[in-house]
Design a protein around this ligand. Structure first.
Ligand code: AMP
Length: 215
């Protein structure tokens, strides 16, 4: 199964992708995570991407399309994958269709996570992840069961993203509406766009996504 989790920054795509990864054995492919790894490793692409990411703007299509095209050929993607943060504009959506056709596979469902803009800045500025396993948490909405200890792997080290601050989030939201939201009609026309309410509790969102994927 190949699915896209679609929504603005802070909609909960990463959190839900991790759930689906565990429940359905699909691989989470987050272009944001891959780009952050490239930035940390100071690769050629990482160096090119960093300025755009810090400014809350989209990285060039060539870079992200190349990253995804290579990644979906890997063995762990054979059972299917969850795209999180890709595609981010219509050109990327079209490129995805071409690469999936080349692999002889097809996109099953695009799940749009609907959230109120007002909640997004708080969600994004309060979030953090386990430095070891990348499990996602939030200062108020989603704390680990034991304070300071990752539920998933027991690590006591956590990290926050450089671009998860109120100023950059506002720019990322503007970018979402200008470039990414116009992808929605592209998938609606194909009849594969489904909506879930992203404002309810994490477990309830997961249940809605489960129901959509089971349909
Ligand atoms: P994310 O982790 O999905 O919020 O992405 C963080 C940043 O990485 C974005 O603000 C962009 O600068 C960049 N990025 C991630 N995915 C893409 C994409 N598909 N196209 C262009 N830029 C991307």
């Amino acid at each position: 199964m190949i699915i896209i989790l679609f929504g603005p920054p802070g909609a909960g795509k990463g959190t839900q992708a991790q759930r689906i990864e565990k429940s359905r054995g699909l691989v989470q492919l987050s272009t944001g995570d891959m780009l952050r790894a490239a930035v940390a490793a100071k690769t050629h692409y990482g160096v090119k991407a960093k300025g755009k990411m810090d400014a809350g703007q989209l990285v060039s299509d060539d870079i992200v399309i190349g990253i995804i095209a290579d990644r979906i050929k890997e063995d762990d993607c054979k059972n299917g994958f969850i795209l999180d943060g890709f595609p981010r504009n219509v050109a990327q959506a079209e490129a995805l269709d071409v690469m999936l056709a080349e692999e002889g596979v097809k996109l099953d469902t695009v799940v749009q996570m609907q959230v109120d803009d007002a909640a997004l800045v708080d969600r994004v500025s309060g979030r953090y992840t386990c430095a070891k396993c990348n499990e996602g948490y939030h200062d108020t909405n989603l704390k680990p069961a034991v304070d300071g200890v990752c539920d998933n792997c027991g690590s006591t080290e956590f990290k926050r993203r450089d671009d998860d601050n109120a100023e950059t989030v506002t720019k990322r939201l503007a970018e979402y509406y200008a470039q990414t939201a116009p992808v929605l009609p592209y998938y609606a026309d194909k009849g594969i766009l489904q909506q879930v309410d992203g404002m309810v509790a994490v477990d309830e969102v997961a249940a809605q996504i489960d129901a959509v994927l089971a349909a």
